[in-house]
Design a protein around this ligand. Structure first.
Ligand code: S3P
Ligand code: PEP
Length: 450
């Protein structure tokens, strides 16, 4: 659901070391998928560590509207009584996915091979994002979409009465597109194949296999070819959601740039399709240690320790790494602003179609705080001012984008003068305990204009 009420400005002020343990919430991508696949299994799936951010809550509500029974037993502890593949019922109301691209695109995929019509909407951010990238491949299954200009939400999807399986090569590196096609393929007879040139996060594939679907990934000359056999009976699972590396990125990056900091972030999911930020930080010279590497619930995890790193240097981030850290570029640019030299970030056009145009949002806000940024259609670069060298002092627009809001608050923790974001409400979509968690580490964050 869309954020309501007046904006909540928030200000971060520097001069405080961050120390202690940061227990970040569950992984957003895996949380969405637990609810959706749980709803498509026969019987009760039990989920612990579910992220209770607004994006995921909206997906839970959508699953209930489609006929699944979704119950909260306690903090992060949920069950989903699924209706089986092909068993969704036509919802009586519009499905409001709020701020969530993952929610709306995956659910569109899941309903596209059902003989029914579903209308989707979201907040002002989501209603501005491109949906043709999902409705195009869904039309190959036999679904039809009618939306606003450019295929935007609100949009009605009329699912295929007699779906056929599909072979689809994704034109953009997007796990949401890949996952939408795979979820549609679940209720199409025969084999649905998705080919992606670059590997994107593979949580859907891992989880589909865990629920008992026949799914296999092969490397071919075209890239990664994923083949799913349709109409499986999905077996309900017990899922322990690992903690979100994209949320861990905030306390980790804030610690790296704030003098005297030493923060432990336990149990972080380190799936290689998600871990690009940490490779990049290590290459820049970050003091980052990974302890207790292990596997939990089919996903690699480790405890991460981040210490103040005054000797970080700018690098050119390889564009092949972009998909594995796509949500982390905003906070990387904050680290880059506190490193020595230039950090170049090529091959990132996708950043322009997230909750906001993230290149523009960060470039404008960084410039307002005294940092030099250059950008083009699919690249940007930040000239670092060295440790503690960012002047700060400006108020920036969060643009309904949680990652922009959190990134600028991290900037303020290391800047010479406070940094204010005009509205911190979107943070609740992915990291509802951000403010409390950062304050517990020692950060000075206040509501208001500081
Ligand atoms: O599949 C997912 O869970 C996600 C995929 C990514 O989006 P794209 O598929 O648009 O790259 C990412 O930005 C988003 O936060 C979560
Ligand atoms: C891009 C993001 O999410 P979504 O696409 O699900 O809105 C994100 O969380 O950074």
């Amino acid at each position: 659901m869309s954020a309501h009420g007046d904006p909540i400005p928030m200000t971060a002020r520097g001069g405080h070391a961050l120390t202690g343990t940061a227990d970040v919430p569950g992984d957003k991508s895996i949380s969405h998928r637990s609810l959706i696949l749980g709803a498509m299994a026969v019987g009760e799936t039990r989920v612990s560590g579910l992220l209770e951010g607004q994006d995921v809550l909206d997906t839970g509500r959508a699953m209930a509207a489609l006929g699944a029974e979704v119950i909260r037993h306690g903090p992060g502890d949920w069950s989903v009584h699924g209706v089986g593949v092909g068993g969704f019922a036509e919802p009586e109301q519009v499905i409001d996915c709020g701020n969530s691209g993952t929610g709306v695109r995956l659910i569109m995929g899941a309903v596209a091979t059902h003989d029914m019509a579903v209308t989707f909407t979201g907040d002002a951010s989501l209603n501005g994002r491109p949906m043709g990238r999902v409705t195009d491949p869904l039309s190959l299954f036999g679904a039809r979409a009618v939306g606003r200009a450019g295929g935007r939400l609100p949009l009605t999807l009329v699912g295929a009465a007699e779906p056929v399986p599909v072979r689809y090569a994704t034109p953009v590196a997007s796990a949401q597109v890949k996952s939408a096609v795979l979820l549609a393929g679940l209720n199409a007879p025969g084999r649905t194949v998705v080919v992606e040139r670059e590997a994107t996060r593979d949580h859907s594939e891992r989880m589909l296999a865990g629920f008992g679907a026949e799914i296999e990934t092969r490397r071919t000359d075209e890239g990664f070819e994923i083949t799913l056999t349709g109409r499986p009976e999905l077996r309900p699972q017990t899922i322990a959601v690992p903690r979100d590396p994209s949320s861990a990125a905030f306390p980790v990056c804030a610690a790296l740039i704030t003098e005297g900091s030493d923060v432990l972030v336990p149990n972080i999911g380190l799936n290689p399709t998600r871990a690009g930020l940490f490779d990049t930080l290590v290459e820049m010279g970050a003091d980052l240690a990974f302890e207790n590497r292990r596997e939990e619930g089919g996903e690699p995890v480790a405890d991460m320790r981040a210490r103040f790193s005054p000797d970080m240097k700018g690098i050119r981030v390889p564009s092949e790494r972009a998909a594995s850290m796509i949500d982390e570029y905003p906070v990387l640019s904050v680290v880059a602003a506190n490193a020595a030299g230039v950090t170049e970030m090529p091959g990132v056009a996708e950043l322009r179609v997230k909750e906001s145009d993230r290149i523009d949002a960060m470039a404008q806000g960084l410039r307002a705080n005294g940092v030099e940024v250059e950008d083009g259609p699919d690249w940007w670069q930040v000239t670092g001012r060295g440790p503690g060298g960012v002047p700060g002092g400006a108020t920036v627009a969060a643009r309904l984008d949680h990652r922009i809001a959190m990134s600028f608050l991290c900037l303020g923790m290391a800047a010479k003068a406070p940094v204010t974001v005009d509205d911190a409400q979107p943070i609740a979509t992915s990291f509802p305990i951000f403010e409390d968690l950062m304050k517990a580490l020692g950060a000075e964050i206040v509501r208001g204009n500081g």
